[in-house]
Every structure is written in C-alpha cells, then in structure tokens.
Design a protein around this ligand. Structure first.
Ligand code: ASP
Ligand code: MG
Length: 411
C-alpha cells in the first residue's frame, strides 16, 4: 500500500467519457489499497478557450482577473471527476488550490508555490477518501487566486507529492513514456524505462515536451520519483528518478534531443582584447535576448571570430544590434544563419566514458554532415548543423549509439 499522487492531463479528462474512464482507473488503484490524491488539468482546449475570451475583451487583460478566469477550467474537472468517482461508489472530495491552501507568491500567471497545507488532504485520506485537487492554481498571501504558468498542473502534482511525502507522482498523459528521441523523426525511438532528473531537464529544455520543466526541477529538488504513463494504455511508463550509481551498466547515451528554433550569428575579425565578449553580448542581453551557445576562436593576427546562437525569433533583432556593435569594435563583418539546427546527445553515462564526442563526430562525418558549432557539458554534447541534415543526423546517431528499438540491449 502506497500513497500515490496521480496527475491527469487535459486530453485524459477531455470529455465526460474520459473523465468516467479516469474514475474507473482511480477506483482500481483505490481497491488495491492505495491512498490516492488526483490532480487534474482543465479539459483539453479549455484554457486556450478562456484565454481567447479574455483577448476578445482586451489585448492585455489584468493579470489578477486572468487568473480568476483561467483557474475555472480546473474547477470544472475536479467537480466532474469527484462526481464520477462518487457514482462508482468511491468516496471522493474535490478541492481548488485555495481550498487546499496551496500558497504561492503573487506573480499572477507564473506564480511559484511557497507552501502547501496538507491538513485537509490528510484528513480525507485517513477517512478513506480519494482527494481530487485542481492543478495549475493556488492562492497568494492576500487570498488572490493565482496560476502557475501554462502546463502548471504537472508542478501541482509534484508539489503535492513532495508535501505529502508520497511514494510516487504519476503523470498520466497521451504518450506512454519518455522516448530516446522524437518517434516522429526516428521510427525506432524507444521508450526509456528510466531516466534521471538531470537528463530529463536536458531533454525537456531541448524540446521533448512531455512535462513542464519546472515540475522536473521541483521533483529533482525534493527527490519525488516521477513516472510518465499513458492514461488509457497498460505499461510501466518511464520513471524519472535520481541517478542509480550502483547500476552495473549505465547506458552511455540516454537520449537525443534536437531543436530547430535557433539561429547563429558571428562577428568576424574582432580585436582580441579584454572586454570584447561583454561588449558584444552586453547589448544583446540588454535587449532581453537569450543567448544559448557561445564560441570564441583562438586569435590569429590579433583578431578573432565570436559566434553565438539565439532563438530564431530573435535573429533579425540580434543581427541589427550586432551591426552597430561591429562598427564600434572595428570588427570586419557580421554573419548569420537561421537555417541551422541543434542536435544534443544526453546521458549521465558520459561522465564515466571517454570517446563519446569522437564517436559522435565520426558518425556525423560518415554521413557527410558538417559540424558548425560544438558545445559540451558533463552530461551533454551538442552540435549545430545545417537544418536540412537534422533528421539524418538524429537517425544516424540513434543507431550508432545503440538506441534503436530492435537492438538487443533495448526492449
Ligand atoms: N490547464 C493549464 C494549461 O492548459 C494547466 C495544465 O494543463 O497543466 O496550461
Ligand atoms: Mg499539460
């Protein structure tokens, strides 16, 4: 018998029939003797619909009222799910965020959870009830309704699991787990049984959008085992957990992420003197443009090239900024490209294995793919390549590193 927090996403509660199916599922867990706290999202499309209504009235609705509005989506699903459970003879009770007392700061639309009162939930669990909590919402110190940012129900689930010291937080969604890479690009992508919080953060921030990133950070911080599962298909899903340092054999690479949203810019022939990097990037960050990879070359003849990447949407803006900077610095030229893609291999196994980078580069060379930028961290190697070779690169690497579904060590 365990205490389990189960979070069901919008598609899983997208219709009355699905809500009834979720209720059946929750009932099964309850009958196995577990204590269950359920967190639900709004019905799929509902949050967008509400935002649409607000935008018909104002381009910039008051944030406080926005949160009063969008939090209603989850209030509908907690009530309907509790009714469906009651109908099945399962004692259940719904709670909005403020009713639980999920206390947040007052940053409307992107509030952060500060404290959770577990008293009401505990009392219901002790009385044998299923507790159904609205995801995505809380209350600030002055009693105002707040929301946690899009996709925030994942974070509610993890935060409740941490506060209740649950045995596991299960995220039920419309995919059956986290894959080694996007199955739409690599047919042989494989569901991972396990992945570490760190790896998941690298994968998530690179485009594997299964979970809200904040929920993974939260789970890692409080060491809440997190499992991603399909709502209506059998299967163990993917467990996101702490690193198993005792594992006999770690896979070297856990997954391959990619992203087409970047652009690269190069300031050529800048004087190789102190302060240049800050003179180039200062105005960029002052314009609120986020920089991802940064590379500066070894200087030849006292001049160097300085390259970095930004989000593709910021490409033009950055180019304009750099034209001015280049003039001030006496740089030769500014160049850029927005037809690039970033491919990253992620794996905690890299820490203890040499040669991962060279194997990656060899694999890309065999496919005749030119590498434009390389960057590495302890558990990640990223390369920037031409966008048109991205899928080829991901497929080739997936095979080269033994990640394909039909490989013997796979499943
Ligand atoms: N309903 C909210 C959204 O659509 C929260 C969530 O689904 O996690 O962003
Ligand atoms: Mg979601």
């Amino acid at each position: 018998m365990a205490l389990i927090v189960q979070k069901y996403g919008g598609t899983s509660v997208g219709s009355v029939e699905r809500i009834q199916a979720v209720a059946e599922k929750v009932k099964t867990f309850k009958e196995q003797g577990h204590d269950i706290v359920v967190v639900v999202s709004a019905m799929s499309g509902e949050t967008n619909r509400l935002i649409g209504l607000a935008n018909q009235i104002s381009e910039m609705p008051t944030p406080r009222e926005m949160d009063v509005l969008v939090s209603t989506g989850e209030q509908v699903t907690i009530a309907l799910l509790s009714m469906a459970l009651n109908k099945l003879g399962v004692d259940a009770r719904s709670y909005t965020g403020p009713q639980v007392r999920i206390v947040t700061d007052d940053a409307y639309m992107k509030a952060r959870i500060q404290e959770i009162d577990t008293k009401n939930m505990r009392a219901d669990l002790d009385a044998g009830r299923v507790v159904v909590v609205a995801g995505f919402q809380g209350v600030d110190g002055s009693g105002n309704i707040t929301t946690l940012g899009r996709g925030g129900s994942d974070t509610t689930g993890v935060a409740l699991a941490a506060a209740l010291k649950a045995d596991e937080c299960q995220i039920y969604t419309d995919v059956d787990g986290v894959y080694t890479t996007d199955p739409r690009v690599v047919e042989k992508a494989r569901r991972m049984d396990k992945i570490t919080f760190e790896e998941m953060l690298e994968m998530a921030s690179l485009g594997s959008k299964v979970l809200q990133i904040r929920s993974v950070e939260f789970a890692g911080k409080y060491k809440v085992p997190l499992r991603v599962l399909h709502s209506f298909k059998e299967g163990a899903g993917t467990l996101i957990t702490i690193e198993d340092t005792d594992a006999v054999e770690q896979p070297i690479i856990s997954g391959i992420a990619f992203n087409r949203d970047e652009a690269k810019l190069t300031v050529q022939g800048v004087p190789d003197i102190p302060g240049v990097a800050s003179k180039i990037l200062g105005p960029v960050s002052a314009a609120n443009i986020e920089v991802d990879m940064i590379v500066q070359n070894v200087a030849a003849d006292g001049n160097t090239d300085f390259t970095f990447t930004v989000h593709r949407n910021d490409y033009k803006k950055t180019l304009n900024i750099l034209q001015d900077v280049a003039k001030q610095l006496g740089a030769r030229e500014v160049k850029g490209a927005n037809d690039i893609a970033k491919v990253s291999m992620v794996g905690v196994g890299m820490r203890s294995h040499a040669g991962v980078a060279s194997k990656m580069f060899e694999c890309l060379a065999n496919e005749n793919i030119n590498i434009q930028i390389i960057s590495t961290s302890e558990i990640k190697i990223s390369v920037v390549i031409s966008e048109k070779y991205m899928e080829l690169a991901v497929r080739a690497l997936h095979t080269a590193f033994g990640l394909d579904a039909d490989d013997k060590d796979g499943e």
